[in-house]
Every structure is written in structure tokens, then in C-alpha cells.
Design a protein around this ligand. Structure first.
Ligand code: ATP
Length: 627
């Protein structure tokens, strides 16, 4: 078996970085029915900026290894991002080039192109032939070039050169080379030979129409070009260099694509593998991960020996400029730039001294269109606020009466965005600390609220201390809206409404226990009455659900369902009895199957037995009650 040659880098691990380029496709008016104009634009050959959704008076500036603007030609993309890595293939090293990005942002255009504007794939193959031809025979090596072409569809590896074949296995040999037994590998002697094989095979690729792209790629298409060089003289050493050229399926938001049924399932598999790819790239580029999670998807497993390690890897992130792509673009950029320099430049007065690169941008640029997309509406709202109060970017947090904590948090986040990797860890710790402080304050507030509610129930109208005033005094600390729970309709379990539309930790549901428990305590002193209830054990016994008001149960179940369906990894881990592994399994399930329709669907997740499920429900509902 031919050997792969490790890259000699003098002990410097930099070779494992994935080079990141971003390509912005031209603005298309047909993709912008509202005529809102672009929301992202290039600044120079390495930088671009996008309107910041969190505060529309700001833009976020991203820095990449390369930025290809709307006018960049196919040849320029090839010359700057791909051509430089190709000579390594002839020296027995591996490489990969992959196009990442939302559906309809130009991945296929970049990788495949058209007859008039050929993309990376035809150009790279031509170049490999050219390089081999240019090799001096006196060097004493013979070269042979071969190709394989496959797609990963719904986590199945399918041979595009032999479309009737079934799902193929991925194996690793003792030298850590990734192999696919059974995959067709054809020797090619010229570019036209390649073309003859490649063009019909491309038609076998799975594509379908979605709302966002008439001909959307539903699979990851992977072209493998293998160059084997053999020494002409004894001992006839052989070296193999592999080049993977990958046109990834689009990352997509099913709410926008309108995907259902089979499309939804495909999309789950696509998003899951792209999520794993993002983790792999992030691990490689941040250099902090102990374990790069290659094995978590077929795509990354297959690319393992050509992505990171000693391989030369380039990711071209394709983005689209129209507002309808805003969130896809924002998340694609964040994926691509996680370990890059990000600079945040506000238009209004700054509250913290941030070492920011100046980005002058006329405000009028951002005001095009009137109704429009979410970021724009937000922008208008924020602009209004800014006009009135000349506010800082933290305006939307001003309702909190602990501004020092919030300001610190915001300042840290800003600093994080403008600092280098090595500082990020420390910053993250500080942010976590600030978040903890906020959480503690929230818990204190919750405690006060529960006490106030009990107080209100027990002291009734005669009480000289109005519960409302207690709420006002104490809720001010975290800017919570005044709770309606102070006047429960029934003297039964009551769930306080949530203060914001976003996900709330379940722990913030304050529940007043049933009247039967309260009544027993009526004769006790007021101070005792607001202590944790003695009847705790009653509720903890089996049949605990029957002791709670059905509307409370229903609301708690709804909150749990909400976290299951839209919670981040961290939010899922915030649930009782959900650790890292379970949270990931839930995320994975969600990616593949879509939303949980009811909480009981959780039993479909691996390892979640009926027994575990009921214990999970009990723990979460009771913990939300503070039991
Ligand atoms: N740089 C570009 N210049 C001109 N046209 C482009 C460019 N990038 C993309 N397009 C056009 O935009 C449309 C969508 O591009 P493309 O099909 O390549 O997107 P995609 O990211 O591969 O989508 P999917 O993931 O759904 O397959 C196509 O009509 C394509 O020709």
C-alpha cells in the first residue's frame, strides 16, 4: 500500500489549521422581493461586515484568510484559495477543499461552475494533470492519477460512479488512512477522460427543489482525486496523495425552506453532519480540543485523513447578501470565523473602551426599506430608541436594575469579540462568572416573589404591606415584568408568566403550592409561613402530579417541550437529569426528526426509558417549583 507522507513542519502544529475563505455571491434582486438591498458587504481582501442583529446601530466585522467579493471571478477564487495547495498532492500529502454555506449561496457554482465559468473542480483537476506533466522524468518517479466520486446522502455513502451500489462502509487502516472498500476507483489519463466519467456521474447526485433553491443539493458530493507516485528504481517506493473536492449540501433552516417529510429528514441529516463538521473545524482551528470529533458523522469520518492533521484544508464559505439569508449568513460567518478576529464598531456612543478597528459606515446605508425582515425591523426600533435616548448598545438591558453586572457582561462580550484566541478562554470564564451572578440574583428574586405570593394569599386584603409594592421593589432588580401571579384566580398552583419571549430556564417558574398545603399553615406565624413548605414530602411521593393543578402541570410540560425543541446544548443541560451526553442525543434527535411534538417523545431518544422519563419530568417540574 502506498504511504501517505506526513508534512514536515518543524514541530509546528500550524499545519492542522483549516484555511478559511469566504465568497459573497452577487446580489440577486429576485431573492429580495422587498427590495431591502444587501445586509453584508466586503471591505477588502480579508474583511467583510454585516449588520449586527443584536444592535442594528452596529456592524460586525469579520476577518478571514481570504474574502472573495461579489465581483470575484471563478479563476481568482481558484488561484488564491485552491491552486497553492495542489502541488502537495504530488508529494504524497492529502488535501481537501470544501464549499460550505446556506442553500442557494453559491456552493455548487463555486465548486462545479458552468461550461462558461468552470469552478474549482474542473480547474483543480486540470491543474493536477498539468503539474504531473511538468514533473521532470529525471526525478525518477512515475505518476498515476485516479478518481472516485461519491455522495453522502442521509448518512449513507453512495458511489456515484456505480449508482446501483448500496451504502458503503468507511474503514481506517493501520496507517490511519481512510478507506472505502467497494468504492469505484478509475484511473484517468487526461482531463477529458476525467470529464467523461465525472459529468454523467454528477447527474446521479441527489438534488431536489426547495423554497430557497430550485435545484438544491440534498447530499454532500465528494470527488476524490488520488495521485500515486512510484519510484522508477528499486525499492519502488510508493506515495499516495489524496485530494478531496467537496460540494456540501446547504445548511438550512427548515422554517424557511418549507421542508417537510423526506426533505425534512434529509435536512436533519445534512444539518447534523454540518454541525459535526463545524465542531471539527473549530477544534482544529482553536487548537484546544483534546479530541477532534471526526467520528460523529460520516462526512467528517471520511475526510479525517484530509482535514486537519498533516493535510492542507481549505473551506470556502459561501454567503448570500440578501436579507432573507441574514440569519443563515450570520451563523455561517460565525462558524467560519469562530477563531478569527472579530471587530464590533457601534455607530452610537460606546460605553466601554474596546480596541476596535474603525469601520466607518454611513447610517443611511442601513435604512433602506421600511417593513422588511427581522433585523431591519429591530434596527428601526433600535434607531428610534437611539434617537430618543442616545443610548448605548446595551439599551435593551437597561430595564435590569443590576446594570453593573449586565454592563460587565456586555463589555466582556465586546472584548471577547475583539480579542485573540489566547485571551478568549479567560474572558469566557469571566462571562460565565457574570452569568452565575445574574442567575443568583434571579434566584433571589424568585425567592422574594414566592414569599410575596404566599404573603399575599395568607395576609389577604387586610395586610398593610401590599404585595404589589414588594414585587415592585424586588423585581426591579432584574427588570422582570410585574407578575400576575400575585393575584391567583384560584388558590392553587400558579405559574408566573415569563418576562421575555425568549427561552427561560425552567427554574424561573415559581409555583405556589396547593391551597390544601397552605391552609394547614394558616395558624402559623407569618415568618414561618414563607419558609419552604413542610408538605414537601407529600409532593415528592408517587402521584405527585395529582397534587398539582393541571394548568400548572400543563404549563410546565409546555416549558419543558419548549426547551427540548429550541434549547441550546447549554439550555438542555440546564434541565434536571440531562447531562452533556443526553443533551447531545436530544440535539441529534431534533436535527434528524425535527421538533418533539410532545414531551413523551423524549422516550424515543436513545437511553431515555419510560422510567427515566417519568423521573425526568418529576425532577424538572418539582425543581421548577423550588421543591
Ligand atoms: N459567484 C456567483 N456568480 C454568479 N452567480 C452565482 C454565483 N454564486 C451563485 N450563483 C448563482 O446562484 C444560484 C444558486 O447557487 P448554487 O446552486 O451554487 O447554490 P448552492 O449553495 O450550491 O445551493 P444548494 O446548497 O441548495 O445546492 C445559481 O443560479 C448560481 O448560478
Amino acid at each position: 500500500m502506498a504511504q501517505r507522507v506526513p508534512v514536515s513542519d518543524g514541530g509546528n502544529k500550524k499545519t492542522s489549521r483549516v484555511r478559511v475563505a469566504v465568497r459573497l455571491r452577487p446580489y440577486m434582486s429576485k431573492q429580495d422581493e422587498k427590495g431591502e438591498g444587501p445586509c453584508v458587504r466586503g471591505l477588502d481582501s480579508q474583511n467583510l461586515e454585516i449588520i449586527n442583529w443584536r444592535n442594528a446601530t452596529e456592524t460586525v466585522k469579520y476577518h478571514f484568510d481570504a474574502f472573495h467579493g461579489e465581483q470575484t471571478t471563478q479563476q481568482e477564487v481558484f488561484l488564491s484559495s485552491v491552486k497553492p495547495i495542489l502541488p502537495h498532492i504530488l508529494n504524497g500529502q492529502n488535501a481537501s477543499v470544501f464549499a460550505y454555506g446556506p442553500t442557494g449561496a453559491g456552493k455548487t457554482h463555486t465548486m462545479l461552475g458552468s461550461a462558461e465559468q468552470p469552478g474549482v473542480i474542473p480547474r483543480a483537476v486540470r491543474e493536477v494533470f498539468k503539474l504531473v506533466k511538468a514533473k521532470d522524468e529525471d526525478e525518477g518517479w512515475d505518476y498515476s492519477i485516479g478518481m472516485s466520486y461519491l455522495e453522502i446522502y442521509n448518512e449513507k455513502v453512495l458511489d456515484l460512479l456505480s449508482p446501483s451500489s448500496q451504502d458503503l462502509p468507511i474503514r481506517e487502516d493501520k496507517d490511519k488512512n481512510i478507506l472505502i472498500p467497494g468504492l469505484t476507483h478509475t484511473t484517468i489519463s487526461s482531463f477529458s477522460d476525467f470529464d467523461k466519467q465525472f459529468v454523467p456521474a454528477s447527474l446521479n447526485r441527489t438534488t431536489a427543489s426547495t423554497k430557497l433553491n430550485q435545484r438544491s443539493s440534498r447530499s454532500h458530493a465528494i470527488l476524490l482525486i488520488k495521485v500515486v507516485r512510484t519510484q522508477c528504481v528499486l525499492p519502488h517506493r510508493q506515495q499516495t496523495g489524496k485530494l478531496y473536492l467537496v460540494d456540501l449540501a446547504g445548511s438550512e433552516d427548515n422554517r424557511r425552506t418549507g421542508n417537510q417529510g423526506i426533505r425534512l429528514k434529509e435536512s436533519g441529516a445534512i444539518n447534523l453532519s454540518l454541525f459535526t463538521l463545524s465542531k471539527v473545524v473549530d477544534s482544529l482551528n482553536s487548537g484546544t480540543a483534546v479530541r477532534v470529533p471526526y467520528r460523529d458523522s460520516k462526512l467528517t469520518r471520511l475526510l479525517q485523513d484530509s482535514l486537519g492533521g498533516s493535510a492542507h484544508s481549505v473551506m470556502i464559505t459561501n454567503i448570500a447578501p440578501e436579507y432573507q439569508y441574514y440569519f443563515d449568513t450570520f451563523s455561517a460567518l460565525n462558524f467560519a470565523a469562530k477563531s478569527k478576529l472579530i471587530v464590533n464598531k457601534p455607530f452610537t456612543q460606546e460605553t466601554v473602551a474596546v480596541p476596535a478597528i474603525q469601520v466607518k459606515r454611513a447610517r443611511e446605508d442601513h435604512r433602506a426599506g421600511s417593513s422588511g425582515s427581522e433585523p431591519q425591523k429591530k434596527r428601526q426600533k433600535e434607531d428610534k430608541k437611539t434617537d430618543q435616548h442616545s443610548s448605548s448598545p446595551s439599551t435593551h438591558f437597561h430595564s435590569l436594575s443590576e446594570p453593573s453586572v449586565m454592563d460587565r457582561l456586555i463589555a466582556l462580550e465586546k472584548l471577547m469579540m475583539s480579542c485573540q484566541d489566547k485571551d478568549r478562554l479567560g474572558m469566557l470564564k469571566d462571562v460565565a462568572q457574570s452569568r452565575k451572578e445574574i442567575q443568583e440574583l434571579k434566584e433571589k428574586q424568585k425567592e422574594f416573589e414566592s414569599k410575596a405570593m404566599l404573603f399575599s394569599q395568607l395576609a389577604g386584603e387586610k395586610s398593610s404591606t401590599s404585595p404589589e409594592s414588594m414585587f415592585k421593589n424586588n423585581t426591579g432588580a432584574l427588570g422582570r415584568k410585574q407578575s400576575t401571579a400575585i393575584k391567583p384566580k384560584k388558590q392553587q398552583a400558579v405559574v408566573q408568566p415569563l418576562q421575555v419571549s425568549q427561552l427561560q430556564p425552567l427554574q424561573q417558574l415559581a409555583i405556589v403550592k396547593k391551597q390544601s398545603v397552605c391552609v394547614k399553615k394558616k395558624e402559623k406565624k407569618l415568618s414561618e409561613q414563607v419558609e419552604p413548605p413542610d408538605g414537601k414530602e407529600n409532593i415528592m411521593q408517587d402521584g405527585w402530579e395529582s397534587q398539582l393543578d393541571t394548568s400548572v402541570l400543563e404549563q410546565s410540560r409546555k416549558k419543558i417541550l419548549q426547551v427540548l425543541n429550541s434549547g441550546s446544548l447549554k439550555e438542555l443541560k440546564g434541565l434536571q437529569q440531562i447531562g452533556d451526553k443526553k443533551a447531545k442525543l436530544i440535539l441529534g434527535w431534533r436535527e434528524i426528526h425535527g421538533d418533539f411534538t410532545k414531551v413523551e417523545d423524549l422516550t424515543k431518544v436513545e437511553g431515555m426509558t419510560e422510567k427515566r422519563f417519568s423521573s425526568f419530568m418529576k425532577a424538572n417540574i418539582l425543581s421548577a417549583m423550588g421543591k
